[in-house]
Design a protein around this ligand. Structure first.
Ligand code: COA
Length: 263
């Protein structure tokens, strides 16, 4: 894992288990082509089962762009069939990111447009530099978001705001993205990665199974309430069967810091 080499991704895993995945096509503002998607897919498959990775930060190369969208240069040949497949492929990769079972944070360092905004939406949390810009500008090209934007954006920011963003294609600032809950924190550009790392570090200091089960339960918040509550109770039971739960309770009662083992 630590030695994986990709042509469109830079991977750096530190000794605390925080992996920084940098999408590295700065000359094209890190636009997502098939190779980027396939390399992301490959890495996230490996990262799921690699205990050296405890949390992930996704960012873009260079000072200007997180990801400026899917690669428009490849759009011309899309037909009804290939267009559907194109959307399904991106959706599958982003689902894999969302279902990693470990926290994934988007550190949005510039343009997050179209597929870039959708990539950020598939992450569990988003932080942004104060010069970041967000949009779902697909209507300008005669299409609609195809990598999950019409589904994840309204779930995150509400249907009214999502509808306006998707129908107008308007670009919004990091400040506005923060106001509507699209990003959790805004940092100056030079503090972005540090801010993202602190957030991941605070999560991975907790019991890993509890974090994974919380992510799974939060995924259920899109279902009818009764189904979500059933899922929550089931997962709560699973958490109670872990050694980390015993350790967490013992540590509290003994007034010491918990030593979680992920078991
Ligand atoms: N797909 C493919 N290439 C892209 C791209 C994308 N989504 N976004 C930017 N690029 C390329 C540009 O074509 C350009 O390549 P070139 O130097 O070979 O001509 C390079 O990245 C730099 O972009 P440029 O447009 O020159 O930068 P800018 O600062 O003038 O404008 C943007 C920045 C983001 C406003 C502009 O690039 C843009 O509108 N990009 C498309 C955004 C979009 O619609 N994304 C959603 C797609 S569904």
């Amino acid at each position: 894992m630590l030695f994986m080499v990709y042509s469109t991704l830079l991977i750096d895993v530190d000794s605390d288990g925080i992996a920084i995945v940098t999408i590295d096509r700065p000359s094209k503002l890190n636009a997502l082509n098939a190779e980027v998607l396939s390399e992301l897919d490959d890495w996230f498959v490996i990262a799921r089962d690699d205990s050296a990775v405890r949390g992930v930060i996704i960012t873009g190369s260079g000072p200007k762009s997180f990801v400026a969208g899917a690669d428009i240069a490849k759009f011309k040949d899309l037909s009804r069939e290939t267009g559907k497949g194109f959307a399904e492929k991106g959706q599958a990769v982003f689902n894999r990111i969302e279902n990693l079972g470990k926290p994934v944070i988007a550190a949005v360092n510039g343009f997050a447009l179209g597929g870039g905004c959708e990539l950020a939406l598939a992450c569990h949390l988003r932080v942004a530099s104060d010069n970041a810009r967000f949009a779902q500008p697909e209507v300008n090209l005669g299409i609609l978001p195809g990598y999950g934007g019409t589904q994840r954006l309204p779930r995150l920011v509400g249907k009214g705001i999502a509808t306006e963003l998707i129908l107008t294609g308007a670009m919004i600032s990091a400040e506005r993205a923060h106001e509507i809950g699209l990003v959790n924190h805004v940092f100056p550009p030079e503090g972005l990665l540090e801010g993202a790392k602190k957030l991941v570090a605070s999560i991975i200091s907790k019991a890993p199974i509890a974090v994974a089960l919380s992510l799974e339960a939060l995924g259920g918040s899109d279902t009818p309430l009764a189904d979500g509550l059933r899922l929550e109770a089931e997962l709560f039971g699973q958490a109670c069967a872990t050694a980390d739960f015993q350790e967490g309770v013992d540590a509290f009662l003994e007034k010491r810091k918990a030593d979680f083992k992920g078991k």
